[in-house]
Design a protein around this ligand. Structure first.
Ligand SMILES: Nc1ncnc2c1ncn2[C@@H]1O[C@H](COP(=O)(O)OP(=O)(O)OP(=O)(O)O)[C@@H](O)[C@H]1O
Ligand SMILES: [Mg+2]
Length: 448
């Protein structure tokens, strides 16, 4: 059963079609004009709209655009008396699923409608599958610190308390922020993300707080801000350290009073939005350097969650990589992909300065490039072989006054790894080269 709206200014056609679709089990509403159809849709959304092309006032094409603007998922089928190529093209361009030429038999129109509904179902399924694959975060962890963090996050999600997410770039702060919203009682309400880095101060102010027409060049009409859009839901302020002093002040007031005025506006707007903020910079350091308002920091610092870098969650690397690979496989239509033992050993050894983002990129790349279903070290980016985990920055001996040369760095690094390894095999493994190469290099650099 589908919800169908039938729009035609000719009473007989409208009635016949409505009775017919009703008789085959659909829930049908009839409208005599575009305006009536819109009113019906505002009242209750529909799966499909079957509309006449030529109507007084709002024609089928305008109605189509109006429907798509409201909900792009609604299927629209146009009925036209003149099957001109132009009208058909225009209709398809505007997003019509299909069109039928009058006169048609009831059987014809039934088949067209059923086909369109079937397609819509497939699309929705696809969308669901895709979003499940793209958005599902991996919440299992072998790291005690990460488990504690997730527990706290879940607990904090239940309240309206402000949450501050700290941690290196790529550790998953954006993913966690969305998850907190999903865990919260506001999950059915809007989740709004504002990145404080990407816009100029003026644009960011209007983006956040909205503006009134004429308040600056380019403000051609009144526009609500993102905070208003987040009403009853959550707002995620990403890279909060980048807020300029003026915006910090205005935002502080919002945090304290849940109210603000639009740019150029007089009316005070009240918004109930849960605040989640994130920064990969050390906010306390920013406060100490007088770049970030101390009072705003304390307002935000109610519950602070420090997301650990991947190198401190070493046991999560492989399960996370497998998880990401499954998602990448589905996305790239290669469901059978797996990492072979050497590839996993390589991933385990690396230091992951770019954290989960870097891991994801490496896995995605491998999923696209690998020739067979088995991913080998050859499919991984070169950078992963260069920087093993838990090795402090290298300073070559005697290079205090100038930067060390590549050879000096390599020599020093090999020397150090050899000193820390039980066997030559182990050292070669750590360095990501084979034993023969290591043996040769050792001789060349005269390392014992
Ligand atoms: N729990 C998770 N499960 C699966 N993938 C994750 C998870 N957390 C993060 N990722 C992946 O890592 C990438 C980086 O995460 P995210 O953008 O949340 O990092 P970030 O901490 O916000 O980084 P930045 O500070 O640079 O903005 C995401 O695109 C996502 O693919
Ligand atoms: Mg981020």
């Amino acid at each position: 059963m589908a919800r169908i709206v039938i729009v035609d200014d000719e009473k007989n056609i409208r009635r016949n079609l409505a009775a017919f679709f009703d008789s085959i089990g659909h829930s049908v509403r009839a409208a005599a004009s575009g305006a009536e159809a819109i009113a019906a849709l505002d009242d209750e959304p529909a799966d499909l709209v079957l509309t006449d092309f030529r109507m007084a006032e709002m024609d089928g094409l305008r109605l189509l655009e109006e429907i798509k603007r409201r909900d792009p998922a609604t299927v629209v089928i146009l009925m036209t008396a003149f099957a001109t190529v132009e009208s058909a093209v225009a209709a398809m361009k505007a997003g019509a699923q299909d069109y039928v030429t009058k006169p048609f038999t009831l059987d014809e129109i039934r088949r067209t409608v059923e086909r369109a509904l079937e397609l819509r179902g497939l699309r929705a399924e696809n969308r669901e599958l895709r979003s499940a694959v793209e958005q599902a975060p991996m919440l299992e962890t072998a790291s005690a610190a990460m488990r504690r963090l997730l527990d706290t996050a879940r607990q904090a999600a239940a309240s309206d308390a402000t949450i501050l997410l700290a941690g290196e770039s790529g550790t998953g702060k954006n993913v966690l922020a969305r998850q907190i919203h999903q865990w919260s009682p506001r999950r059915e309400r809007p989740y709004v993300v504002v990145n404080c880095t990407t816009l100029s101060e003026q644009l960011l102010e209007s983006e956040l707080f909205g503006h009134m027409r004429g308040s600056f060049t380019g403000a051609v009409k009144d526009k609500p801000g993102r905070l208003e859009a987040a009403h009853l839901g959550s707002v995620f302020l990403d890279e909060i350290a980048d807020l300029t002093p003026a915006l910090q002040t205005k935002f502080l007031r919002f945090v304290q009073e849940q109210s603000f005025e639009r740019v150029g506006g007089e009316r005070t707007i009240q918004v109930d939005a849960r605040i989640i903020a994130a920064s990969n910079r050390d906010l306390e350091g920013e406060v100490a350097a007088h770049r970030f308002r101390e009072d705003l920091f304390y307002r935000l610092n109610v519950i602070t969650l420090y997301v650990p870098p991947l190198r401190e969650r070493a046991d999560d690397v492989i399960p996370m990589a497998r998880w990401m690979l499954r998602a990448a496989g589905l996305r790239n239509r290669r469901p059978g992909l797996r990492l072979n033992a050497e590839a996993e050993a390589t991933l385990r050894r690396y230091r992951w300065p770019g954290n989960l983002r870097e891991l994801r990129n490496a896995v995605e790349r491998a999923a696209v490039l690998c020739r067979s279903d088995e991913i080998t070290p050859d499919d991984l980016p070169d950078s992963i072989f260069r920087e093993p985990r838990e090795t402090p920055p290298i300073v070559a001996a005697g290079a205090a006054h100038r930067a060390p040369s590549l050879e000096e760095v390599e020599r020093e690094h090999i020397r150090r790894v050899l000193a820390e390894s039980a066997t030559l095999e182990e050292a070669a493994d750590t360095l990501g080269i084979n034993v023969t190469t290591l043996w040769r290099k050792r001789r060349r650099y005269g390392i014992e």
